[in-house]
Write a protein that binds this ligand. Structure first.
Ligand code: GDP
Length: 279
């Protein structure tokens, strides 16, 4: 049992190399995990690509028409706090570290929306969905309001099915939706509370025409038995729809105004704050 020089050298080698090896293995596995991802969806022309470029580079650039999903890596601005930093002291050095995230832009054109639906159905560390709307082109009675409402209705219905179809007794994790009422720099733009009521009213109308379609095709409202996925949005699919009905299926919806462009520069701080809260 007397210590020999060889035994001492081997022990020192092991003591030094094991932590290094462990660090390398853990680092490799954790870096292969997908970064927290936020999906940007919405009708064409609502400003998705402009928003993505601004969030990526901190400046506006000429945008291209999106034909396929496009993902960029970016970091939360240092000044934006995250949910996990809520209890940290303001002087904690980890507050100064850039929190990385992925932003995925999806094509808004009707025929290409399957890309957005696929990304929602097979989420890779999906933390939230940003639904961009052009607040200057969403007045009640317009086609553009109808199109935005139909798209949002379909996204919310998919999220609801994801939740009600979940096998786990706890249901799927919360998946928040931010309705980003963009282009508030334009004087014709509706303020966020009016964007909210306009969308809720139009979704009510989309829902009742979809329900009527279901009834006409022979699928009754009472036909969906226990365990079957409901085809209509909201609790019973009747009456007035409002975004708070989505909370029951763990999908909190928030409508917040802002602008990517404008004479006074962009105003996207509240959108970053929402991302920070859900990161
Ligand atoms: P996408 O089709 O949803 O990706 O929309 P784009 O990002 O291509 O934007 C459509 C148009 O709206 C472009 O001409 C942008 O310059 C313009 N745009 C985007 N955001 C704003 C904004 O906040 N204010 C104004 N005035 N125009 C904007």
């Amino acid at each position: 049992m007397s210590p020999t020089p060889i035994a001492i050298i081997v022990s020192i080698f092991l003591v030094l190399s094991i932590p290094l090896l462990l660090h390398l293995i853990i680092y490799r596995t954790s870096s292969s995990i997908t970064l927290p991802t936020f999906l940007i969806i919405g009708p064409s022309g609502s400003g998705k690509t402009s928003l993505l470029t601004l969030f990526e580079r901190g400046e506006h650039a000429e945008t291209r028409t999106s034909q396929a999903p496009f993902t960029v890596e970016t970091s939360l601005p240092i000044s934006t706090s995250t949910a996990s930093s809520k209890y940290r002291s303001p002087n904690d050095p980890s507050n100064q570290v850039h929190k990385k995230l992925l932003l995925a832009d999806t094509p808004g054109h009707g025929k290409l929306r399957h890309h957005a639906f696929e990304s929602i159905a097979k989420p890779q560390n999906l933390k939230g969905i940003i639904f961009a709307v052009d607040a200057a082109d969403i007045s009640p009675g317009t086609d553009s309001l109808r199109q935005a409402a139909e798209y949002l209705h379909d996204v919310l219905l998919l999220l609801q099915k994801r939740s009600t179809g979940s096998r786990s007794s706890m249901g799927p994790k919360e998946l928040p939706v931010l309705v980003a009422a963009n282009k508030l720099d334009l004087f014709t733009a509706l303020p966020a509370p009016l964007v909210k009521t306009a969308l809720e009213a139009e979704i009510t109308s989309v829902r009742s025409s979809r329900n009527k379609g279901l009834l006409d095709s022979g699928v009754g409202m009472n036909d969906a038995g226990a365990g079957e996925e409901k085809e209509w949005l909201g609790n019973r699919g009747e009456g007035k729809f409002d975004f708070s009905q989505m909370e029951e299926v763990n999908v909190p919806v928030t409508v917040v105004g802002g602008n990517v462009l404008g004479g006074d520069g962009p105003d996207v701080k509240q959108w970053w704050d929402w991302i920070g809260r859900n990161l």
